[in-house]
Design a protein around this ligand. Structure first.
Ligand code: CMC
Length: 429
C-alpha cells in the first residue's frame, strides 16, 4: 500500500508520496510540491536530494556498505576482475562464460583508436594535464563513431560502450606518452585489460615492459574498486548531460572534467602531493594534523572524509591491505606509507575527526599503490577515470532508457537585484 506524508503549508494540506528503495531507504517524492504549493526545496550541495531511482549501486554510508548490482564490494574485490565487474555494472548481471568471452573479445577488437586521432594528440602542449587530454579525446573519438551520435539502439550501444571502455585506456596511455614526449605504444591483443594498459604506458618500441602479476592484479583491483559509486559529482554530471540526450562520448567526457577536481577524483593526486610535502618538511604527520584541524590554515587532510560515508570507506579497507601486500612483494619501503599510517592513526583517535565522522576514503592509500607501480602522480586521476568508466556507461544507459525521464533541470532561489533598469554608459558612475 502506498504511503504518504501530509503537512500543512500556507493553510493548505500537502500530500506527497513516500518512495521506498529495495534496501529500505525512504524518500519523499517532492515532484508535485511546486504544483501543489508554489514552493520548491532548497538543498545546496544536494546532501538531501535523490536525483534518480537507480538499480546499479547501493551505498549505506553509515554502515560502510558498498554493493554493485547487489554484490558486496569485498566479494568482487576477492573473486572478480575489472572486466567482469564492468560487465556486471553495464549489463546488470554477472556474465556467463560465453558472455564474458564475447565481451573480452569486443574489448580486444576495439582497443585501437582511429589512426587519425593521433593528429589530435599532437595539438596539445607537451605539459598538458592528461585529464584535459583524456576528456577532449573521448569527446573527439565520438566524432569517429557517428552511429553513436545518432538514434539510440541497444545493440549499437553495446558495441559503442565496449569500444569506449576499451579505448579509454588506450587514450589515457597515449596521453601520458604524449605528456612525456614519448612515442605511442600500441595495444597488444594477447594482453588482458589491465596488463595491456601497463604495456601501453611503460613499454618502449625497442623493449617490452615486464608485467609482474602482483602489479597487474593491484592495478586491476584499483580499477574495480573505482568502477561505480552511485550519484557522486562526476556520475551526476554524466546523467545530467545524458538527460539532454547528448551522446555517450559527450556525457562521459563531461564526467572526466567533473572528476578532475581535487575534492573528487583529483583527491588521489592531492593525497600524494600532501604526503610528499609532509615528508619534505621533515614532519611525521603530527604537525599536519594540527593544521588540517585549523580552519584558518586551509589545509585539509586529503583522502579523509566523504559526503556519504560516515564510517570507514569499505574500498579504503581493501586497498590498504593490498597496498601492504604489494609493497612487501616488491620489497619497497616507502616513507610516505609510514606518514600515511601515522596520519590515519592520529585522525582516528582525534576528537575533531571522530565528531565529524571523517574516515579514510578510497584515495588515501591508492596513490601509494600507484606510486609503487611507477604511475606518475599526474596520471592518478586518469586511472580513477578509466576505472569509473563502466559506472558512467551504466548510469548513462539507465538515464537514456528511462522513458519517463525528463531533462535534468534544477531550480534556484534567486537572491540578486529584484528589478533594475538599463543605464546608458554615459550615465554610469
Ligand atoms: N580534513 C579536515 N577537515 C575536514 C575534511 C578533511 N579532509 N573533510 C571534511 N572536514 C570538515 C569540514 O571542514 C567541516 O568542518 P565544520 O563542520 O567544522 O565546518 C566538516 O568536516 C564537514 O565537511 P564538509 O566539507 O561540509 O563535507 P562534505 O560532505 O561537503 O565534503 C569531502 C566531503 C570529501 C569533499 C570532504 O570531506 C573533503 O574535502 N575531503 C578531502 C578531499 C577528498 O579526500 N576527497 C575524495 C572523496 S572520495 C573519492 C570521491 O568520491 O571522489
Amino acid at each position: 500500500m502506498s504511503e504518504f506524508v501530509e503537512f500543512e503549508l500556507d493553510g493548505k494540506c500537502v500530500r506527497l508520496p513516500i518512495i521506498e528503495g529495495t534496501a529500505g531507504e525512504r524518500a519523499i517524492d517532492i515532484s508535485t510540491l511546486r504544483d501543489q504549493t508554489g514552493y520548491i526545496t532548497l538543498d545546496s550541495g544536494y546532501g538531501n536530494t535523490g536525483s534518480c531511482e537507480s538499480q546499479i549501486t547501493f551505498i549505506d554510508g553509515e554502515k560502510g556498505i558498498l554493493r554493485y548490482r547487489g554484490i558486496p564490494i569485498e566479494e568482487l574485490a576477492e573473486k572478480s576482475s575489472f572486466v567482469e565487474t564492468a560487465y556486471l555494472l553495464m549489463h546488470g548481471h554477472l556474465p556467463t562464460m560465453i558472455e564474458l568471452t564475447h565481451f573480452s573479445k569486443q574489448l580486444t577488437e576495439n582497443e585501437l583508436i582511429h589512426e587519425d586521432m593521433k593528429y589530435h594528440f599532437e595539438g596539445f602542449p607537451s605539459n598538458a594535464h592528461p585529464m584535459a587530454i583524456l576528456s577532449s579525446m573521448i569527446n573527439a573519438s565520438g566524432c569517429f563513431q557517428p552511429q553513436v551520435l545518432a538514434a539510440h539502439n541497444r545493440k549499437t550501444f553495446d558495441v559503442q560502450a565496449a569500444r569506449l571502455l576499451s579505448q579509454v585506456r588506450t587514450i589515457a596511455a597515449f596521453a601520458y606518452r604524449k605528456s612525456r614526449g614519448l612515442p605511442a605504444i600500441y595495444p597488444k591483443p594477447i594482453y588482458k585489460y589491465s596488463a595491456n594498459f601497463l604495456h601501453m604506458m611503460f613499454s618502449e618500441p625497442y623493449c617490452d615492459y615486464e608485467l609482474k602479476p602482483e602489479v597487474v592484479r593491484a592495478l586491476d583491483l584499483i580499477f574495480l574498486l573505482h568502477a561505480d559509486h552511485e550519484q557522486n559529482c562526476s556520475t551526476s554530471t554524466v546523467r545530467m548531460v545524458a538527460s539532454s540526450r547528448a551522446s555517450l562520448f559527450a556525457s562521459t567526457a563531461a564526467g572526466v572534467c567533473a572528476l578532475w577536481g581535487p575534492l573528487h577524483g583529483g583527491a588521489n593526486q592531492a593525497v600524494l602531493e600532501m604526503l610528499e610535502k609532509i615528508h619534505e618538511d621533515g614532519d611525521d604527520g603530527s604537525q599536519f594534523i594540527v593544521a588540517a584541524k585549523d580552519k584558518k590554515s586551509k589545509a585539509r587532510l586529503m583522502g579523509f572524509g566523504h559526503r556519504v560515508y560516515k564510517n570507514y570507506d569499505p574500498r579504503a579497507r581493501i586497498i590498504k591491505k593490498r597496498c601492504d601486500e604489494l609493497l612487501a612483494a616488491l620489497k619497497i619501503e616507502d616513507p610516505l606509507l609510514d606518514i600515511a599510517r601515522n596520519l590515519e592513526e592520529a585522525a582516528l583517535t582525534d576528537p575533531y575527526f571522530i565528531e565529524r565522522k571523517l574516515y579514510p576514503n578510497v584515495d588515501f592509500y591508492s596513490g601509494i599503490i600507484m606510486r609503487a607501480i611507477g604511475i606518475p602522480v599526474e596520471m592518478f586521476t586518469v586511472i580513477f577515470a578509466i576505472g569509473r568508466m563502466p559506472g558512467w556507461i551504466a548510469n548513462y544507459r539507465e538515464t537514456i532508457e528511462d522513458r519517463s525521464g525528463r531533462i535534468y533541470r534544477p531550480r534556484q532561489v534567486y537572491q540578486g537585484e529584484p528589478l533594475v533598469h538599463y543605464v546608458p554608459i554615459s550615465k554610469r558612475g
